[in-house]
Design a protein. Structure first.
Length: 404
């Protein structure tokens, strides 16, 4: 029996003779960096990696996958299968990626490594594919840019240090929209043939409809109001939280509607300070805070909203746009960056830098049932064109080119 051990010498994964056979008879052993997929509160890039792995496992019967991930409680989200091994080892972000990951890639005889979240080991002896979701951290120095938490500053500074080297050394760079591909090529002077676009998909459960009884259980669990706009904001400046809060206050002020703004992942005191700074404190009572929303509850919370707000200043893709469209909810999003590319003609576009434009969008769309119905129908059609099977097929083609 062969045992893989972590840096403390603890056994993490056992292989019997059939596991050794797993490593020897395949045409490719594809390593897959998915450091954070087992963490409890997942976010965008975590779900992208998870959904892509699941689609590759389902579609690709020729090759084998070794998924490298950090310790975490949600191990049930990705079980092993005949063509997929999971290797788990602990360590802080940098130690895990730069020191331990190369060791395990070598141990499990990977032919290539796909790094899924912007960064990769600086020293690696196999060809790499690196997914670069965006380069915001290169466009603005994170040490001096306003609005970031200390954790965000550290993460962005780390990316700033390693990503340029990663992009030079990678055999192929993958990004998630034509907008971001052009940014990469123009900003970093990369050869166009080195950068491919693979669109993200929409997880199937966002298209599903639950019973009204089950939906009401979800709404009750989160203590949601009867009528609400949904905003999945956070403290990242690109999410445009300040303007969104002020625009919603303007909507209530002008419409007099008994509508709430439901927000996730935001501190109430931050929102209170935003409103107080503009003399709009009276509208704080119409903002509802859920905290982190589990992905299994999110489809219902989206589907029961009156409008979905995604007015970011800068995105490389914007999966929540499509998740809302899959749920049949009208979307307000930005006329900047990748968002028009992703939403097509199925969303109401606003200027995210203009609070009045954002308020006007809410007033126009909320008060026009015919337009809401039209965008909801077009949105469902639009979302159906983005699926993880297509993404996986494209990615598999890239792996084969890199391996050759």
């Amino acid at each position: 029996m062969v045992q893989a051990r972590n840096e403390e010498g603890q056994t993490q994964c056992n292989f019997d003779l059939s596991s050794i056979h797993f490593l020897l008879v395949t045409s490719m052993v594809i390593g897959f960096e998915a450091q954070r997929i087992f963490r409890e509160n997942k976010h965008g890039m975590d779900f992208v990696a998870l959904e892509l792995i699941k689609a590759l496992r389902r579609l690709d019967t020729e090759n084998k996958y070794v998924v490298f991930t950090n310790k975490g409680p949600d191990t049930a989200c990705l079980p092993e299968s005949d063509n997929l091994k999971i290797v788990t080892f602990g360590g802080t972000f940098i130690v895990w990626e730069q020191l331990l990951l190369p060791k395990y890639v070598k141990k499990f005889a990977c032919d290539i490594l796909h790094c899924t979240s912007n960064t990769a080991p600086l020293y690696l002896n196999v060809p790499t594919v690196v997914t670069i979701h965006d380069i915001i951290y290169l466009e603005n120095n994170p040490l001096f840019a306003e609005g970031y938490t200390a954790y965000q500053r550290f993460g962005n500074y780390y990316r700033r240090l390693v990503v340029r080297v990663n992009m030079r050394r990678a055999k192929k760079i993958v990004t998630v929209s034509n907008f971001e591909r052009k940014r990469l090529i123009d900003f970093l002077k990369l050869p166009s043939e080195k950068v491919d676009v693979v669109y993200n998909g929409v997880a199937s459960h966002f298209f599903e409809r639950t019973t009204e009884e089950e939906a009401q259980k979800v709404l009750k669990r989160h203590k949601l109001p009867n009528k609400y706009f949904l905003f999945l904001g956070n403290t990242d400046p690109k999410k445009n939280t300040r303007n969104t809060i002020l625009a919603f206050a303007g909507f209530v002020q002008q419409s007099g509607q008994d509508v709430y703004l439901v927000v996730a992942d935001l501190d109430g005191e931050l929102v209170r300070d935003i409103l107080r700074s503009e003399g709009l404190s009276e509208y704080f009572s119409q903002i509802h805070f859920t905290g982190y929303i589990d992905n299994k509850d999110l489809p219902v919370i989206i589907q029961k909203s009156n409008l979905f707000l995604y007015p970011s200043k800068r995105e490389s893709f914007g999966i929540p746009i499509l998740e809302a469209m899959a749920g049949g909810v009208p979307v307000i999003t930005s006329n900047r960056a990748s968002m028009p590319e992703v939403s097509g003609d199925a969303a109401f576009l606003i200027d995210p830098f203009n609070v009045n434009s954002m308020t006007e969008g809410m007033l126009t769309l909320f008060g026009n049932e015919k337009l809401k119905e039209k965008l909801a129908t077009q949105g469902m059609e639009r979302a159906s064109t983005f699926n993880w099977d297509n993404s996986a097929k494209q990615m598999l083609g890239i792996y084969k080119k890199v391996f050759r």
